[in-house]
Design a binder for this molecule. Structure first.
Ligand code: TXA
Ligand code: MG
Length: 334
């Protein structure tokens, strides 16, 4: 199988791609769709067999639950046992958008979506394409990121094709993902709510609505409560180092101290940009959290594509807006 890639940049192409995706999804197939965070590998969330294909294609462990994507509040409520007042408030503030709320699951959500657990993660994405598909299907879509388990999430259609092009029949090209890292995951089944995965909706923004917030992971459980329990996640093929440096000489000595060759290093810098001569490559990433997040995975994919052995990325600032980015870099550095 070789995936068909459909464009969406005119109203006609958009509509044709919606129809094609809906047809496959109704038939219990799996398709790759754009979202504003990262591309998703989608299937009918009410169809256990369709969802099973997602696990198989990704090589995803069965104990890692999948987020269910909806296109309105009524659909979100069909997926859960109850939708608490706090969820209503959070939905008003952040949906559609990059927030996943973990809530008590409805009976009709199959076991493989929740990894056998009593909760389900729900998100209403803002990307117009996946919204149109969900509305037309009239069922929610279970969708993890459209990459092989443990590798970097895709932020454009080419990234998806590189990893899954031979395993699925349709990839819809909805342009570069605007957010660029995965959604913030918030567990609302505990009080106060617990941040399971930081993202671009960060803890201070959430606390404006929730007032209290627990951060970090609970005791280890059989069902993975967040990808943080997987030691390495979102990792590029190259070894990744996150470093702070003062100037180019300092950078070189830090690389040598880590027992690497300077000339093997692809540098990704946002503030202290070294000259390119002595390194395998130097690229500049914006020093602005939102723009950095949007560009990050593309930079990592590009480094993999050029066969980078070592990626050295300039550490992000330590403020809350950067916490989602810092989390992904920690995991990628493993
Ligand atoms: O932005 C995103 O969230 C993207 C796009 C496609 O929506 N999806 C995504 O899915 O990142 P995935 O499967 O790569 O990561 C979702 C994470 C999982 O690692 C899982 O641990 C957590 O969300 N999760 C899902 N359902 C959960 C639940 N019921 N309880 C706790 N964590 C859950
Ligand atoms: Mg993922």
């Amino acid at each position: 199988m070789s995936a068909e890639i459909l464009s969406t940049h005119t109203p006609q192409l958009f509509q044709a791609a919606v129809q094609r995706a809906v047809k496959l999804l109704r038939a219990g197939e799996v398709v790759a769709l754009p979202t504003e965070t990262v591309y998703g590998l989608a299937a009918n969330a009410f169809d256990e067999n369709a969802v099973a294909k997602i696990f198989q294609i990704k090589g995803r462990p069965a104990n890692n639950p999948i987020i269910v994507h909806v296109a309105n509040l009524e659909m979100a409520k069909r997926c859960v046992k109850n939708f608490p007042a706090l969820a209503e408030k959070l939905a008003k503030s952040f949906w559609p958008g990059p927030l996943t709320m973990v809530l008590p699951r409805a009976e009709k959500i199959p076991d493989n979506v929740t990894a056998g657990g009593k909760t389900v993660g729900i998100r209403w994405p803002s990307h117009p394409f996946i919204q149109a598909v969900i509305r037309e299907c009239d069922f929610p879509l279970a969708a993890p990121s459209a990459n092989l388990s443990n590798s970097i999430s895709p932020t454009n259609a080419k990234h998806v094709r590189k990893q899954l092009g031979e395993k699925i029949s349709l990839i819809v090209d909805g342009g570069q993902s605007q957010v660029g890292i995965e959604s913030t995951v918030l567990d609302l089944t505990v009080s106060p709510p617990r941040l399971l995965r930081p993202g671009m909706i960060h803890e201070h923004t959430l606390m404006a609505v929730t007032e209290k917030l627990a951060i970090g992971f609970g005791d280890s459980e059989e069902i993975l409560k967040s990808p943080g329990q997987l030691k390495k996640h979102y990792a590029p093929k190259a070894k990744l180092l996150v470093l702070n440096w003062n100037d180019e000489d300092d950078l070189k000595s830090r690389i040598r101290n880590s027992k690497f060759e300077v000339r093997d290093c692809q540098i990704i810098a946002h503030t202290k940009i070294p000259s390119v001569e002595n390194f395998a490559g130097v690229s500049v990433i914006p020093h602005d959290a939102e723009a950095f997040a949007r560009a990050l995975y593309s930079e990592l994919h590009r480094c993999d594509d050029v066969g980078a052995r070592i990626i050295v990325i300039e550490a992000p600032p330590e403020s809350p807006e950067w916490s989602g980015i810092a989390d992904r870099l920690r995991r990628a550095a493993g």
